[in-house]
Design a protein around this ligand. Structure first.
Ligand SMILES: *Cc1c(COP(=O)(O)O)cnc(C)c1O
Length: 375
């Protein structure tokens, strides 16, 4: 019999999610808005430290609404991390704004503040309006947010954190994203906690939160009939799915603990092999290790792709590091500041299975297969 597949980061229910969904059914709050959504937003606001949290249908939608509220449009630039997932960047395209990419630093793999400064200086010299800086918190690790805020603030450009992968991560003791004008989080199926699909936009700016809420429900004027001066979107999170989110929030600390334990196991078992290294964790970061990411250099003997295929033979899923946006055909004509660091990570990196429901046997098999690849 074929062994059950080990996935990269599958959903892991805590046990109370279905009770919460039943609560929604019992009260017939199947319509999008309802008490589960209000409670999920309140609890997420407490977790993130932001004063306001708006539940949305995706992390991509959260970034889209943030950019729309900031007035991003034709002729504007929006600055992104090049090492990210496409959902971070497409909101700029939806609005006709131009994405400009900034490379990673080697310390955290996130947006390099020095290169960001170069990008902002250059765009300012050209007289371009920059609608926002959107740094990603990659693989469950915060960017150096204070440095990014400082540089962006000098240019008067707001920062919206793409913390989609960083629910539960800390930066200098505060939640990832906190300190930016706003932060977007994702509860997609592969993230550390999931509502099967969903997102959250958090901010301390109450008018901004209200505007995001309003845009997410078709931008309707306060009239009994449906009156519209502009267009919005249908981006609210469903009350039923918020019920799943409530159950998942109960187990978030346990999920973070287990993700970090899985990382420690990989590092202890593989870290001594020639050429093996892992995503670093700067002293200001407490990463969730949403995914454990390993890098290989020449002395390991084979390429990350060989390791991926060897794991696949055992029905084990692993995946290359995100292909940088500036290397994507879609963005062939886009500007990039730096680029070598993320290109190197893409060539040398491999994301290892990091599911919190994996057994000790699963983990032992994975490291055995990887050790078997080493020279
Ligand atoms: C998952 C993800 C998104 C998009 O979130 P969705 O909820 O899937 O729309 C955006 N940015 C990054 C970095 C992500 O990993």
């Amino acid at each position: 019999m074929e062994r059950k597949r080990i996935y990269l980061s599958p959903p892991h229910m805590g046990g109370t999610e279905l009770d919460q969904v039943h609560r929604a059914f019992d009260s017939n709050f199947i319509a999008p808005l309802g008490p589960q959504l209000a409670e999920f937003e309140q609890r997420f606001s407490d977790l993130s430290g932001f004063g306001h949290a708006v539940g949305l249908s995706s992390g991509t939608g959260a970034l889209h609404l943030a950019l729309r509220c900031l007035g991003a449009g034709e002729g504007d630039a929006v600055i992104f991390s090049t090492l990210t997932f496409i959902g971070s960047v497409t909101p700029a395209l939806f609005l006709g704004a131009e994405p400009v990419f900034v490379d990673s630093d080697t310390e955290s793999w996130n947006m390099d503040p020095a290169l960001l400064e170069q990008a902002l200086d250059r765009l300012a010299a050209e007289g371009r309006r920059v609608a926002a800086v959107i740094p990603t918190d990659i693989y469950g690790q915060s960017c150096d947010l204070d440095a990014i805020l400082e540089v962006s603030g000098r240019h008067g450009v707001p920062v919206v954190c793409d913390s989609a992968e960083a629910v539960g991560a800390l930066y200098k003791g505060r939640h990832a994203g906190k300190g930016a004008l706003a932060a977007a989080y994702s509860f997609n199926g592969n993230k550390i906690i999931t509502t099967s699909g969903g997102g959250m936009l958090c901010t301390d700016d109450e008018p901004l939160a209200e505007r995001v809420r309003w845009f997410s429900q078709q931008a309707r004027e306060p009239e009994p009939h449906y009156e519209h001066n502009t267009f919005g979107y249908n981006y609210r999170l469903s009350n039923v799915l918020a019920g799943i989110g409530l159950g998942q929030l109960d187990v978030l600390p346990e999920r973070v603990r287990r993700k970090r334990e899985i990382f420690d196991f990989y590092r202890a078992e593989l870290g001594e092999l020639p050429g093996v290294d892992f995503m670093p964790e700067p002293e200001w970061s407490t990463a969730t290790r949403w995914l454990t990411v390993m890098t290989l250099d020449g002395s390991f003997g084979v390429q990350p792709e060989d390791v991926r295929l060897a794991l696949e033979e055992f029905n084990i899923e692993s995946r290359p590091v995100w292909k940088p946006m500036h290397m994507q055909p879609l963005f062939a004509s886009s500007r990039i500041y730096g680029g070598g660091v993320s290109e190197d990570l893409f060539r040398r990196g491999l994301c290892l299975p990091s599911g919190t429901a994996m057994s000790e046997d699963d983990l032992a098999l994975i490291v055995e297969v990887i050790k078997g690849c080493a020279a």
